[in-house]
Design a protein around this ligand. Structure first.
Ligand SMILES: CC(=O)N[C@H]1[C@@H](OP(=O)(O)OP(=O)(O)OC[C@H]2O[C@@H](n3ccc(=O)[nH]c3=O)[C@H](O)[C@@H]2O)O[C@H](CO)[C@@H](O)[C@@H]1O
Ligand SMILES: C=C(OP(=O)(O)O)C(=O)O
Length: 447
């Protein structure tokens, strides 16, 4: 499909300013939370990305009115008339994102039943939903699975329970929060994920009237209430997009001011960025990232749950590591198949070798299980333009970075996938001086 292709002429440092808005991993979930309330909610700093459109569509199918507010990037969500949606209409959203699984608890509370289509999201591992379903059963839901999706019912009001997650899953933690807030009695969740987007979701729910306390050592206690109102919330900034632009600055020898980026949620990334040799400066409105000249340093890196190094930062950083001097080691411990994107980087001239062993200090769930989840990156490498097919969201943005850092022209296929999580990425690239063009037929269609 020509209209899904971008030509990238590499070799120019990215320089200038771009803005990031609300986090992809919070905004759609805050939109789902609005379904729990009996009053309208107001969500600000909403980015124009596909995951937001998907959730908007699903909410509207369930009778929630969603309209723009007065501010740019503001949505007003009114759940006064929640209703059952036609299964065929919901099914049209199958495969679009992972967020639909989070409709379970809110729909069970509002309607007593829920139909959830097949999930999408990045193909970076098996990504089962067993924790989600176990949790929902513990609350008292009845779950039926078939080829079309999941059908859930709540014969009685869902009841609070004690839940210990086998792994601090972000989605399963959110599932518990969105279900427990209106369940009868108390829910105690141990081994919870505590990513900043989860804390922001807790803030949203607290504004609606929920009672949630975060204990030490990954424990969250939720006291169910009978009714929730609306919220007025400004979404936290996207730390994943911010880090992607930081890596783009480093890999292209550039200098990018990311307006909206915030230090607090990026501390772990910033430490790593500095160890690699990147420079940054934080001010009240954003963070400037740049390559200070000289050589970049090889590092040993392990992805982990928060406050560790976020897995979604890994792929863009690996591109920057191809430009570092020496051997870097990357151990991916969150997703078993998140290093497959490196084979295309090797075609461009990078030297990245994958291993099945846990090359980091900590043995992870994927060791001795035949997953190539560790990488040794040997640099610096001169990258050359190539024909690239985007495999997943962060892998896709990483290919753009590699193509921009390379000599010559790359043809990047499947760029539409990037719209799932990066707002107006082509306009931003152009604003930073990137030389990109849509091939002829697509350029004509876009004008
Ligand atoms: C929309 C969104 O917020 N996506 C983020 C979310 O994904 P998501 O919520 O899907 O990720 P999880 O934290 O749930 O997944 C972490 C690990 O737990 C496993 N697991 C998860 C659930 C389950 O029922 N069974 C199971 O085995 C997964 O396969 C994976 O190995 O957190 C990830 C980890 O920070 C990020 O990379 C994603 O960007
Ligand atoms: C893995 C990601 O997202 P999702 O869970 O939506 O697939 C991501 O944002 O990198």
């Amino acid at each position: 499909m020509t209209d899904d292709v971008l030509l990238v002429h590499g070799g120019t440092p990215l320089e200038g300013e771009i803005r990031v808005r609300g986090a992809k991993n919070l905004v759609p979930k805050a939109m789902v939370a609005a379904l729990l309330g009996h009053e309208p909610s107001r969500l600000r700093n909403v980015p124009d990305i596909r995951d937001v459109k998907v959730v908007r569509g699903l909410l509207q199918l369930h009778g929630v009115t969603v309209r723009p507010g007065e501010e740019e990037g503001e949505l007003i969500l009114d759940p006064s008339h929640v209703e059952s949606a036609n299964v065929a209409d919901i099914d049209a959203h199958a495969g679009s994102s992972r967020i639909p699984i989070l409709f379970c608890g809110p729909l069970l509370h509002r309607l007593g039943h829920a139909f959830i289509p097949g999930l999408g999201g990045c193909h970076i591992g098996d990504r089962p939903v067993d924790f989600h379903l176990d949790v929902l059963r513990q609350f008292g839901a009845v779950v039926d699975k078939n080829a079309e999706g999941l059908y859930l019912t709540a014969p009685q009001r869902l009841r609070g329970t004690k839940i210990a997650l086998p792994y601090p899953s972000v989605g399963a933690t959110e599932q518990v929060l969105l279900t427990a807030v209106l369940a009868e009695g108390v829910t105690e969740l141990t081994n919870a994920a505590i990513e900043p987007e989860i804390v922001d979701l807790i803030c949203v729910l607290q504004k609606m009237g929920a009672i949630i306390s975060m204990g030490t050592d990954r424990t969250i206690l939720i006291t169910g209430v009978d009714r929730l109102g609306g919220y007025n919330h400004r979404a936290l900034p996207d730390r994943l997009e911010s880090a992607s632009w930081a890596c783009a600055a480093l890999a292209t020898h550039g200098n990018i001011y990311v307006r909206g980026a915030r230090q607090l949620e990026m501390m772990t990334f910033l430490n790593t960025f500095r160890k690699v040799g990147g420079a940054f400066e934080v001010d009240d409105n954003g963070i400037r990232f740049w390559h200070p000249g000289g050589e970049l340093n090889a590092i040993a890196l392990e992805t982990d749950v928060h406050p560790g190094f976020q897995t979604d930062w890994q792929q863009p950083l690996v591109v920057a590591l191809t430009q570092a001097t020496g051997l870097s080691i990357v151990h991916e411990t969150v997703y078993e198949s998140r290093l497959g994107f490196t084979s295309a980087l090797n075609q461009m001239g990078a030297h990245i070798q994958l291993y099945r062993e846990c090359l980091g200090g900590t043995p992870c769930r994927f060791g001795r299980r035949n997953f190539q989840h560790s990488a040794v990156v040997s640099g610096p490498s001169k990258l050359q333009g190539a024909d690239l097919v985007i495999p997943d969201l962060r892998g896709g943005f990483s290919y753009l970075i590699a193509a921009l850092a390379a000599q010559g022209t790359s043809t990047v296929h499947g760029i539409d996938l990037i719209n799932r999580g990066y707002e107006n990425f082509m306009d931003k690239l152009r604003a930073l001086g990137a030389s990109i063009e849509l091939p002829e037929p697509a350029a004509a269609a876009a004008s």
